[in-house]
Design a protein around this ligand. Sequence first.
Ligand code: ATP
Ligand code: MG
Length: 415
Amino acid sequence: MSMDEHGESSPHDAKAIGEKQAPRVLIGRCHEIVLKGGNRWRFVDQLKHNLRGVFADIGIGRVRAEGPRIIAELPADASDDLVRERAALLFGLQNFTISRPAPLEMEALKREAIAAARAHPARSFRVATRRAEKRFPLNSMEIDREVGGAVAAALGLKVDLENPDLTITIEILPHGAYLAAGKHPGAGGLPVGVTGRGTVLLSGGIDSPVAAYRMMRRGMKLDFVHFHSHPLVSTASREKACDLAAHLTRYQMRATLALVPFADAQREIVARARRPLRVVLYRRMMLRIASALARRAGSSALVTGESLGQVASQTLENMTVIEQAAALPILRPLIGMDKNEIIAEARKLGTFETSILPDQDCCSLFVPDHPETRARLVAVAEEEAAFDVDAIVASAVARAELVRYEFPPRAQRVG
Ligand code: ATP
Ligand code: MG
């Protein structure tokens, strides 16, 4: 889409077309602290890239950074609701507005503020101005007061500085002003991609999607790995993992899910190892396979949804023995959270309903009534000596099925 199609109209045009308003822009605000120092450009470039990605099917115009703001020109046919929904997926934004440009002069600001308030029914309002261009003759409080007065007089609305129905946001930048009705909370965190690449073990349960979300929010780009025991059990856990991966992909635009057949590894473990150690052995095998897949994908860490003490495999002793099978560091963003906190996050994230659908997780197969809670590495190593660990890992890796996800879905893309 060419820029000219969505170019800003000049003040002269705006007057000529009367009520018709200038094209909208999305203004995202970043956390100023993280923008300091040498990481600034990486952060901003990644955010610009991600912003283009999340709007790939809509085709936005020019995107530029200005101080802690990122400003993107929006096409006329994208609804505010759609823009809001997409912008809310962008990690790295503290908040955002859907704004309209206005010339740097008071009469234009008043006119635009009245138009914005008229389009958003409210009984009370306030004006909140930020003046990054200090040469503008009025300071932000004076602008608030004058523009607020004009809106109140024109529409009979009440000014409420504490708890208004509507906040009209004005930004005074060097090349022009921007005005918006309402400011929306951003997703926070860091843009996906700035802190590296990780591989998350995605079980289909409640915890691991939340763990994935937390690491993406810290700027990690993730690959997903799911172990399933088909044909020993139904494909339910696989389907859940696919749905969860698709949902999580909205935050990073592209992702790959590896569906790893785990039934053979389990049969081996069940046939050769002592009962109480089965779960610990399953988990060690999963970490070896996940490490191999992660290395192949260029990931430098594994991510799990473990939380200390939640189940028998998550005692400190067992986690210590399990993690020694991993070839990469393990990140456990939920380690200090309790189940209710994790459930609350899963609900907010929108994964809870999928996670609680019935399935049979591969780790619940053939598990003993009294699993070992204090496994010792020597004992575990003795059990593992009975089978060909490398062959099991190589076979699982070779048979992993890769499913690719894209958001927005490719069929909708333009260009
Ligand atoms: P979740 O709700 O994520 O399933 P959980 O409370 O059921 O977690 P466990 O089943 O002990 O806990 O799993 C701990 C972690 O191990 C999971 O959060 C996940 O990262 C990983 N994991 C467990 N099972 C699988 C699986 N079948 N495929 C991929 N990863 C798994
Ligand atoms: Mg589980």
